[in-house]
Design a protein around this ligand. Sequence first.
Ligand SMILES: C[S@@+](CC[C@H](N)C(=O)[O-])C[C@H]1O[C@@H](n2cnc3c(N)ncnc32)[C@H](O)[C@@H]1O
Length: 316
Amino acid sequence: MEPTSHKIIFGSSVNMREVESNSVNLVITSPPYPMIEMWDDMFGKMNNEIKDVLMTNRGNIAFELMHKELDRVWTECYRVLKDGGILCVNIGDAVRTIEKDFILFPSHSRIISFCSKLNFSNLPNIIWRKTTNAPNKFMGSGMYPPGAYVTLEHEYILIFRKGKKREFKLNDEKRRRQESAYFWEERNSWFSDVWFGLQGTRQKLEDKKIRNRSAAYPFELAIRLLLMFSIKGDTVLDPFLGTGTTMAAAMFAGRNSIGFEIEKSFLSAINSKIGEVKDLSCRFLRERITGHRDFWKAGKELSLLDIRIYFMIYRV
Ligand SMILES: C[S@@+](CC[C@H](N)C(=O)[O-])C[C@H]1O[C@@H](n2cnc3c(N)ncnc32)[C@H](O)[C@@H]1O
């Protein structure tokens, strides 16, 4: 396999001056979620006004100011992406009680609306149905209508493209694309607009000074998006790197990566995620191959492409 490079930049992604314009093939990321309490302090540090507005219970204004901070990062993503490059944003909406009023803050639609203004094309999005063990799902007035609330049990993966569909004209690109093929049944399940059954990931952070939870997404979420929307040798960016899940997936899949993280103290969490790449990759490959064998046993002929993908997988 060809060598790849991986660069961590500790700093804010509102200005990614270290990254050249039109140089990135794919962005996979998950920002701090506006109006989810665990991120209030972080948004407050980005803009002091957010603290005041939250203290005086002006929820809609706080929501808008928080998104204004994220808008700066989406603008930078647009700049650094190549024509035909893809932006994938994992985001959850928030619910919050403000002055006794229970309100939904729909981050997913706010991001779609801003990215569309930036000239990104929104492609069909994915709903990530989360496994919840909550024994008591009722919010609001319990068993008496009409004051009970629907529980949020999903997040979104928003998908945008900059410019027109990517073309592969050079021989080297065509070869790398061929080497990046996935199985037929993977295409069917990965490109479904509802994902479920993704294994969760450890959320506890060793260093409690930063925060209690990492808010990391599962390795499988990052690796799927990476295999769906990039080819070997591409460059993948995560402007909100956190524990480095996107980077770990890029290392496994032969993509180059760049990650921005504002908290320097996350280095140990990133190192520990990178230390797990081998185990995470082995588990993913085992499931991939078992899944394909089961599918094949169910009556499908093994095609030449299948054989080529097996070959590529084993070579990784
Ligand atoms: C939801 S977490 C990302 C988790 C990551 N996907 C993972 O799997 O670990 C968001 C991360 O963005 C970082 N962050 C917030 N604002 C930032 C900014 N302006 N620039 C860079 N990093 C930022 C936070 O410190 C946090 O670690």
